[in-house]
Design a binder for this molecule. Structure first.
Ligand code: NAD
Length: 508
């Protein structure tokens, strides 16, 4: 049995720690997807007609159910996803709850009608305002690495904005995906407003092809490109949150103890399977030896094993495929001269996909480990001459999700942050951006198309509609028929007045 395998119409759930079967979930086959989309479309007018506050009440009810079942949900994530319980609670459940609660409280203000100031004398007798309408039926396609927080973020924001939602969870975390139906059923959501569609990649593909109004996808660049191609003939709007190759830049004046701890956590939390993991480090050569020694020492102390034991820091990887990518990046780097200072070997005696977190030196940009997303517990460290070289190497990437700069001189770190081509740069910490719903989450280059979170993230789930009202004071507008010489002259004079020396100096 392999992870995500479908047998007799059921997804087989396997623990990545023990490789034992832990459950199964009935699949929604591709040919049934349209039926579910129709159900969601039927439910849309009723859901849209509710006030924001009424919809928020359902989200609060879902939140209460989650809180009442916190340990059960966390334990399931430990079992199916292989992350330690602290991480299941902290980076999955906490973040999901934070996002749903923040937008349930704040979203009404973000989406309220906006009056538009109208300084143009031409249209003075008009009044405009923008209102935000839900896009309709939204498909949320989710990855396995944060099976709760990423799914909950997309689903709760889409629902709050007034859309009906279909969630396609990753086949690797189908049991957690199934919990979403339980959560929203218990919250009493009306029929068809939320549906989970467990299934393989073909179920996801069917959802993208179905009669749907927007796709919100989080996953790999490869799948993101394919989804974009599928959406193109229908001009279907989409939002993509994709991969990363996040750099960490350690300046000469950095607090090395903090930077080393940050590097180890940033690279190995969730077994390195985070889109915003620290995937490469550029350290000033004057302090490189001390920094690398501390990183190696801290890495060798990490406890790797059964994530259900409280004392474990790092669990297994999700699958053999992911583990082999890590091994291939490590071996290719070694062939080109890199030195593995610690880790990089599978752990004997454990059945699951366990590998010791690895730290490498003598790396350069000819190696895949410095250029491609590894998405596993490997931390290559490269020495640089100065800040300029660090920034140039950080930008030498087809990804641009996040980056971090480590320095005691915050001003100088900010100056560097401004030169880095990513969606988020953190100073003296890494990786936490998704947990702050107030800031936009998304990157540049191959990392994203669109944003989750913040005001602009909620507005991904609506379209702006402007209502423009003429107060009816003038029976005839200057620009209406019939045209005449008099109108031409009037227009000329008006333009001289508006754009000439006089009125154009007035600030609006
Ligand atoms: P993936 O692309 O393999 O799968 C993601 C989801 O897409 C799954 O539910 C899968 O079943 C579905 N899918 C696969 N093929 C499809 C198709 N043709 N049409 C529609 N749906 C399809 O990614 P993954 O392995 O689950 O996740 C890991 C990747 O996700 C990494 O690259 C990571 O960086 C990225 N990620 C990005 C963010 C972010 O916010 N930027 C967050 C988490 C993960």
């Amino acid at each position: 049995m392999s992870l995500g395998e479908i047998k007799d119409g059921k997804l087989i759930a396997i623990s990545p720690s023990t490789l034992e079967k832990i459950g199964e979930v009935k699949v929604v086959p591709p040919q049934d997807v349209e039926k579910h989309v129709e159900r969601a479309r039927k439910a849309f007018p009723g859901w849209k007609a509710l006030s924001f506050r009424e919809r928020a009440e359902y989200i609060f009810a879902a939140k209460n159910y989650i809180l009442a079942h916190l340990d059960k949900l966390a334990d399931l994530m430990v079992l199916e996803n292989g992350k330690p319980k602290v991480e299941a609670l902290n980076s999955d459940l906490f973040v999901g709850l934070e996002v749903m609660t923040y937008f349930a409280k704040r979203g009404e203000r973000i989406l309220r009608d906006e009056p538009v100031r109208n300084p143009q004398m031409y249209f003075k007798e008009k009044r405009h305002y923008i209102c935000y309408e839900p896009v309709g039926v939204v498909g949320v396609i989710a990855p396995w690495n944060f099976p709760f927080s990423i799914s909950m973020s997309g689903v709760s924001m889409a629902l709050l904005a007034g859309n009906t939602v279909l969630l396609k969870p990753s086949p690797h975390t189908c049991l957690i995906g199934e919990k979403f139906s339980e959560i929203f059923q218990s919250a009493g959501l009306p029929e068809g407003v939320f549906q989970a569609l467990p299934g393989g990649n073909d179920t996801g593909e069917a959802l993208v092809k179905a009669n749907i109004d927007k796709i919100v996808f989080t996953g790999s660049v490869r799948t993101g490109k394919r989804i974009m191609e599928t959406c193109a003939p229908h001009l279907r709007p989409l939002m993509l949150e994709l991969g990363g190759k996040d750099p960490m830049l350690v300046r000469e004046d950095a607090d090395l103890e903090a930077a080393a701890s940050g590097a180890v956590w940033g690279a190995f939390t969730n077994c390195g399977q985070v889109c915003a993991s620290v995937e490469r480090v550029y350290v000033n050569k004057k302090i490189a030896k001390v920094f690398i020694d501390r990183v190696v020492e801290k890495t060798s102390k990490l406890r790797v094993g059964d994530p259900s034991r409280d004392s474990m820091d790092v669990g297994p990887m999700i699958s053999m495929e992911q583990l082999k990518i890590v091994e291939s990046h490590l071996s290719e780097a070694q062939e080109k001269g890199a030195k593995v200072l610690v880790g990089g070997k599978r752990i004997e005696g454990l059945k699951g996909y366990f590998i010791q977190p690895a730290v490498l030196a003598n790396v350069n940009h000819t190696m895949r480990i410095m250029k491609e997303e590894t998405f596993g517990p490997a931390l290559p460290i490269m020495e640089v001459e100065n800040d300029g070289e660090a920034v140039a190497l950080a930008n030498d990437s087809e990804y641009g999700l996040c980056a971090s700069v480590w320095s005691r001189d915050v001003r100088e770190a900010e100056r560097m942050a401004q030169q880095i081509e990513t969606g988020l740069v953190t100073v003296n910490d890494a990786l936490y951006g998704y947990a702050v719903p107030q800031i936009p989450w998304g990157g540049v280059k191959y990392s994203s198309l669109g944003h989750s979170h913040a005001e602009m993230g909620l507005k991904e789930f609506v379209h702006p509609k402007t209502v423009s009202i003429d107060k009816g004071f003038m029976k005839k507008k200057m620009y209406w028929y019939p045209y005449s010489e008099k109108t031409t002259q009037l227009m000329r004079k008006t333009m001289q007045f508006v754009f000439g020396k006089g009125i154009s100096k007035i600030k609006f």
